[in-house]
Design a protein. Structure first.
Length: 571
């Protein structure tokens, strides 16, 4: 949207430059500005009134007073035949969301320049924001005719305008009328489908997108939009089948193959996705995005040498450098090469990944045993990024927890809470560390403070209830907290696990198993697996207990909960 950043092009034609310069040093009140104009020899009359209104509007805009700017430009537009003034007024009104004024000024602009495509577009937008759909559709269709030679028949420009309309029902109504006018246009059907999706009408959207791809089978964008909708409708299998067939029919359509590969990744079909990206690279060895994807997929499969090979090729192309440095750092970290990982992360010196990369550098320093360097790095980050201080405190405490430096983590959070005494995230983090140090008094105190301030904090209720069930014999009290948490978070695996655990402590084994099975199905976390295998063992289902334990220990061989169960029950 054009706003006050553009130079006022009216200045030369209306000869107001001396007046603007003088007024910048004058008082901003109405009388002073008018007197300035008199001193400069501007005669009174309609033209001087327009000049005055433009002057006041510009100065108000520079000072951030958009309401005054709009009011003066609106008044200037009423009496001036210069369309640029009406355009300026319309820009400001649309930017401010003053839709009624925008409609008034855009009508004036269109009247003065009926041949202007931009004026018609702004009038159509103002009409839609005022829900004058019928009139807007006429202007949109006229605009489409002016742009009919575009690849999308002008419908893409209509969609761009609809994207600025806050009510999705209005957009759907517009595209419904245009679809009815042009039933044989795949573009009308496609953009109606998008509007129907935005208006929460997935069935109508699917019908329209299906019709669009039938009319234009080689349109990749339509196929991908239809696949996305099918995924939203929990029909991912159908989406994958359709895209697989379409890719086979259109092997040269790269956007289609890329979309298919990404959908395969989203559905955990990593090998199939890898095959698609390999084909993309075979067709274009300089495709850095596909090489990058192959590197990430190889790392996911723990094929670290292959991952490095692909990622080094990306670096050689001089594309996606920061992303690639980060992924190379992750690969070396997974391989246990902490020095190399640190060095890759350290090459990220700017951009969106910078802060995360610095946290990983600090983490690698901790892995290497250099805790003073880690602490100094986190402190420097908090100084240079004060808005992220709390997140960085929690990140540092988590690194220390992972390194089993529980007292250092606790002391750090004490320091953080001295500066941010009521922060719930810090209190919650300290409570978890306090449990590791057998400081249950601190744990209860911190979690109670959170719950008193936020009675609907399901995670705090669950943490308190689980700890009481696991570390004390206050089972009924624990059950009460966990029941409250379960009402708030009925599908949360951790809360389901807590309910199963407290029911086990209360010797309600049937109920315990029901909740623990549900928790394990939702999240095969090793702690949940340890709980489930223990209750299965105690209730005599020893074969199933061994199977659950064995499956989990293969993926998490060093998990303390699984080791504890093994030691106690001989699994």
């Amino acid at each position: 949207m054009k706003m006050f950043s553009k130079v006022l092009i009216l200045a030369t034609s209306l000869l107001i430059s001396p007046l603007v310069l003088a007024a910048e040093s004058a008082s901003s009140d109405d009388g002073a500005l008018r007197q300035t104009g008199v001193r400069l020899g501007v005669q009174s009359g309609p033209e001087s009134e327009v000049i005055y209104r433009i002057l006041v509007g510009e100065i108000a805009g520079k000072r951030g007073n958009l309401a005054v700017a709009l009011d003066n430009y609106r008044l200037a537009a009423e009496t001036s035949d210069d369309p640029r003034i009406a355009e300026r007024a319309t820009d400001i009104a649309l930017f401010m969301g003053e839709d009624a004024v925008a409609l008034e000024t855009s009508r004036r602009w269109h009247t003065l320049t009926p041949e202007s495509l931009l004026a018609r577009q702004s009038l159509a937008l103002a009409l839609l924001r005022n829900r004058e759909v019928a009139e807007a559709v006429g202007h949109l269709d006229a605009m489409r005719e002016q742009m009919a030679e575009n690849d999308d028949g002008g419908f893409g420009a209509i969609n761009a305008i609809l994207a600025q309309v806050p009510d999705p029902a209005v957009s759907a109504q517009v595209m419904s009328q245009l679809r009815d006018r042009y039933p044989a246009s795949p573009h009308a059907l496609f953009y109606y489908g998008l509007a129907a999706m935005g208006n929460d009408n997935p069935q109508a959207a699917l019908e329209a997108l299906s019709a669009a791809v039938k009319l234009q089978p080689d349109w990749s964008q339509a196929h991908l939009a239809r696949a996305e909708l099918l995924v939203q409708l929990d029909r991912a299998g159908e989406a994958l089948e359709d895209l697989a067939e379409t890719v086979d029919q259109q092997p040269e359509a790269r956007p289609l193959r890329v979309g298919y590969a990404r959908l395969l990744i989203a559905n955990d079909q990593l090998q199939e996705a890898r095959e698609q990206f390999e084909q993309l690279v075979a067709d274009d060895p300089g495709d850095g995005d596909s090489l990058f994807a192959l590197g990430v997929l190889a790392a996911e499969a723990e094929q670290f040498d292959l991952a490095v090979e692909y990622l080094q090729k990306v670096l050689a192309l001089d594309v996606r450098m920061l992303d690639t440095y980060y992924e190379l750092g992750k690969v070396e970290e997974l391989r246990g090469n902490f020095e190399q990982a640190r060095d890759w992360y350290a090459q990220i010196t700017s951009g969106d990944r910078y802060l995360n990369a610095q946290v990983r550098v600090a983490t690698m320093e901790a892995r290497l045993g250099d805790f003073p360097a880690m602490a100094e790095r986190f402190e420097q980050l908090r100084t240079s990024h004060p808005d992220s201080a709390i997140v960085l405190y929690i990140a540092e405490s988590e690194v220390l927890r992972e390194e089993q430096r529980y007292q250092m983590s606790f002391d750090l959070l004490d320091t953080a809470l001295h500066d941010h005494p009521d922060n719930h995230d810090l209190l919650y983090s300290r409570a978890l560390i306090a449990e590791r140090l057998d400081r249950l008094d601190v744990l209860e105190q911190d979690l109670h403070r959170i719950i008193e301030a936020d009675p609907d904090n399901g995670h705090a209720l669950n943490a308190l209830g689980y700890t009481l069930a696991d570390r004390t014999d206050r089972y009924e009290e624990a059950l009460d907290y966990i029941q409250q948490a379960l009402e708030l978070l009925p599908e949360d695996a951790a809360v389901l696990d807590s309910m199963g655990w407290v029911k086990y402590r209360l010797e309600d084994y049937e109920t315990a198993l029901r909740y623990l099975r549900e928790a394990y199905e939702a999240s095969p976390d090793p702690e949940i697996a340890a709980h489930l295998s223990e209750v299965l063992w105690v209730t005599g289902a020893t074969d199933e207990a061994r199977a659950v334990w064995q499956q989990s220990v293969e993926e998490h061989p060093e998990d303390e909960h699984l080791i504890e169960v093994q030691e106690r029950f001989g699994l």
